[in-house]
Ligand binder design. Structure first.
Ligand code: FES
Length: 553
C-alpha cells in the first residue's frame, strides 16, 4: 500500500499528496480552514463533506452532527485522519482580510519599516519606505495560532490549561517573522501576488515595481511595530496569559516591549547577501532568515488595560481622537468589543464580551463573510431580498447579514422588541438559510454588550449620546455593517451622519507609530496618562444596563 494519499479540496480546487494517517486539522489549517474550538470536537465549525472516499464516523461526529448531516457525508475535520484518497468540500472558504491604504502626513525617516496588525484571526503586515511613506508590499495571513482556538479565551485556555503558552508564542513569532521575510523578499524580488486576497489594493504610486525609488538595500529595515489585543501582546512578547484567565482579568505585563530580531529567534542574513537587493530570499520553509540588519528593533506597542490592547491605542492615533476637542467614540466590534469614549482631555476605555454573533459564529447557519454567505438583507415587495457573497448559492449567513435580517424582521413585525419571534417559528432568508430564535438571542447578547458598555462609559464620563460628535467604527465588521440596520436594532443609537466606518485603524495606527519613533519611542506616556481603563463588571449598573440594552428599539 502506498505511503501517501491524495486529497482534493473543493471548491478551492487544490490537490494535496500527504502521508497516510495525517490529521486533517494540520492539512486543512494550512488552507485557511479555522478550528473554532481548537479542534476539541465541541463546535462543529470545522465540518467537511466527504464527496469521494471514506472518513469513518467518530464518537464526536455522532455527538455534534445530525443524522442527516452524517448521511450527507459531513464529518468533523478536527477528529479525522486521511487514511485513504479523499475529495472534500470545505464548509469554510477563503476570507477577505482588511488592510489599509490611507494617505497620511508624516515626517520622513531613513530606511524601511514594517507595521503589523496582529489580530486573533488575521494578521496584516505592510512594508513601508520611511522616506516617502509609500507602502512597498503587503502580506496577510490567518493567525497560525487559530488551530488552537478561534477566539482569545480559547487561546488563553490552551495556553494555561493545555500548557500551550510556549507553543503559541513560538507559532506567532515564527509566523510574523515569515511575513516580514516575505515582505522583504517582495521588495527585493519581482512582485508576486499577495497570498490572500486584499480588499484595499496597493495604489500604483506606492508600488516599488512601478517607479518608486527604493532604499538602497533590504538591510535598511530599521523598525517593526506590532499592535494587537492584550492576549496577542502577551503571547508574542512571552508574558504569561494566566492572569487573563481569571478575575480581575488584568495582565501582569502589557507595556511597550522592544526586541532585537535575534531575541525573537529570527536570524539575520549575512551582510553580503543582504546587500544584494535583487537576490531572492530562502523559502519560508527553510530556517527563518531575514534580509535585515541586526540593529532592526521590533516594538510591540503598550496595551491600555484589561483586554484593551495596543490595537485600540493605534485606533486612537489613527482617528486622532486624542486631538479632538469634541466628544468622540471609537468602537471595535468583534467577539471582544472594545470601546473608547473621550476627547483630547481624557478618555475612558473598556472591553465587553459580545460573543461571536457579529462574526457569524454560534449562529445556526452562521459562517464567516466568505463565498456563499448572505451578507445583506433588504425588504422587497414580497418578503426579503438577500445578497450572497461570491454570486454563489446561499449556504449561510455572516454577521452583517444577521444584523440586516433581524432589522428587516423588526420592521416587518416578524420579531417583537423583546426578541421573540412573532409567530413562534424560524423565518427563511434564501435557499436553506433560516433565522432561529436562538440566533436572535445571540444577536441580542452581542448588541446588548456593546450598547451597555457604551452606556456605562458615557455615564462614567458624565455625558450622553446626544453630546457625541462622532462615532468611529474600527475593523472589518464595522466597515461592512449596514448603519441603518445597526441603528434599527439599537446597536448604534446615533444619527447616521455621526457614524463613520474607519477601516483598519490598528494597522494605520501602527504605521503612524513607525514615523513617530524619534519623538516618543512608542511608549506614549502622555497619551496613556489621559486614558483610564474601566472594568465594566465592577460598575454596579452594568448588569442592569446590559439587560435593558438587549431589547430592540
Ligand atoms: S469541532 Fe470545533 S474545531 Fe472541530
Amino acid at each position: 500500500m502506498s505511503e501517501n494519499v491524495k486529497i482534493e479540496l473543493l471548491p478551492l480546487g487544490k490537490s494535496l499528496e500527504v502521508g497516510r494517517g495525517a490529521p486533517l486539522q494540520d492539512l486543512l489549517f494550512a488552507h485557511g480552514v479555522e478550528f473554532p474550538c481548537g479542534g476539541r470536537g465541541r463546535c462543529k465549525g470545522c465540518k467537511v463533506k466527504v464527496l469521494a472516499g471514506t472518513l469513518p464516523i467518530t464518537v464526536e461526529d455522532r455527538k455534534k452532527l445530525t443524522s442527516t448531516e452524517l448521511a450527507d457525508g459531513w464529518r468533523l475535520a478536527c477528529r479525522s485522519r486521511a487514511e485513504g484518497d479523499l475529495q472534500l468540500e470545505l464548509a469554510q472558504w477563503e476570507a477577505t482580510i482588511l488592510t489599509d491604504d490611507t494617505v497620511f502626513d508624516f515626517t520622513p525617516q531613513d530606511g524601511l519599516g514594517v507595521a503589523v496588525d496582529l489580530g486573533t484571526t488575521t494578521i496584516v503586515a505592510q512594508l513601508l519606505d520611511l522616506r516617502t511613506g509609500h507602502v512597498l508590499a503587503v502580506r496577510t495571513a490567518l493567525n497560525s495560532q487559530a488551530q488552537h482556538g478561534a477566539d482569545i479565551m480559547s487561546r488563553v485556555e490552551f495556553a494555561v490549561a493545555g500548557g500551550g503558552q510556549a507553543q503559541l508564542e513560538r507559532l506567532i513569532r515564527e509566523q510574523v517573522g515569515e511575513l516580514v521575510q516575505e515582505l522583504l523578499g517582495v521588495n527585493a524580488a519581482p512582485r508576486r501576488r499577495a497570498r490572500h486576497s486584499v480588499r484595499a489594493a496597493i495604489p500604483q504610486a506606492n508600488d516599488g515595481a512601478h517607479g518608486v525609488t527604493r532604499p538602497t538595500g533590504a538591510a535598511d529595515l530599521k523598525h517593526i511595530v506590532l499592535v494587537g489585543n492584550t492576549v496577542m501582546h502577551n503571547l508574542f512578547c512571552g508574558a504569561s496569559v494566566e492572569p487573563l484567565s481569571h478575575y480581575p482579568f488584568e495582565p501582569k505585563d502589557d507595556g511597550l516591549q522592544v526586541f532585537s530580531v535575534e531575541e525573537l529567534g529570527w536570524q539575520v542574513l549575512p551582510a553580503t547577501l543582504a546587500a544584494d537587493a535583487t537576490r531572492r530570499i530562502p523559502s519560508a520553509s527553510s530556517p527563518l532568515r531575514l534580509l535585515t540588519s541586526a540593529a532592526t528593533q521590533v516594538r510591540f506597542l503598550p496595551c491600555l488595560g484589561g483586554f484593551v490592547g495596543s490595537d485600540i491605542l493605534a485606533g486612537i492615533l489613527a482617528t486622532r481622537m486624542h486631538e479632538s476637542k469634541d466628544l468622540v467614540t471609537l468602537i471595535d466590534l468583534g467577539t471582544n468589543g472594545e470601546i473608547v469614549v473621550g476627547n483630547r482631555e481624557r478618555m475612558l476605555c473598556a472591553s465587553t464580551a459580545a460573543g461571536p454573533a457579529f462574526e457569524g459564529a454560534r449562529i445556526w447557519m452562521g459562517m464567516r463573510a466568505a463565498t456563499g454567505a448572505i451578507s445583506e438583507v433588504h425588504i422587497a415587495d414580497v418578503g426579503l431580498r438577500c445578497h450572497v457573497l461570491g454570486n454563489a448559492a446561499p449556504r449561510g449567513i455572516c454577521g452583517s447579514g444577521l444584523v440586516d435580517a433581524v432589522a428587516c424582521a423588526l420592521e416587518l413585525g416578524w420579531v417583537k422588541p423583546n426578541g421573540r419571534l412573532a409567530n413562534g417559528s424560524d423565518f427563511t432568508l434564501a435557499g436553506p438559510v433560516r433565522i432561529s430564535q436562538t440566533d436572535i438571542r445571540e444577536l441580542q447578547l452581542a448588541k446588548g454588550a456593546i450598547a451597555a458598555g457604551l452606556e456605562v462609559l458615557l455615564r462614567q464620563w458624565g455625558s450622553t449620546r446626544d453630546d457625541m460628535a462622532r462615532v468611529y467604527l474600527a475593523g472589518a465588521f464595522g466597515n461592512y455593517i449596514n448603519l441603518t440596520s445597526a441603528r434599527r436594532i439599537g446597536l448604534l443609537d446615533f444619527p447616521a451622519d455621526n457614524i463613520q466606518p474607519a477601516g483598519n485603524t490598528a494597522l494605520l495606527g501602527a504605521k503612524l507609530a513607525l514615523f513617530g519613533l524619534r519623538e516618543h519611542d512608542a511608549d506614549y506616556p502622555d497619551l496613556r496618562r489621559k486614558i483610564s481603563h474601566v472594568s465594566l463588571h465592577e460598575d454596579p449598573q452594568f448588569q442592569e444596563t446590559y439587560v435593558e440594552q438587549m431589547t430592540f428599539p
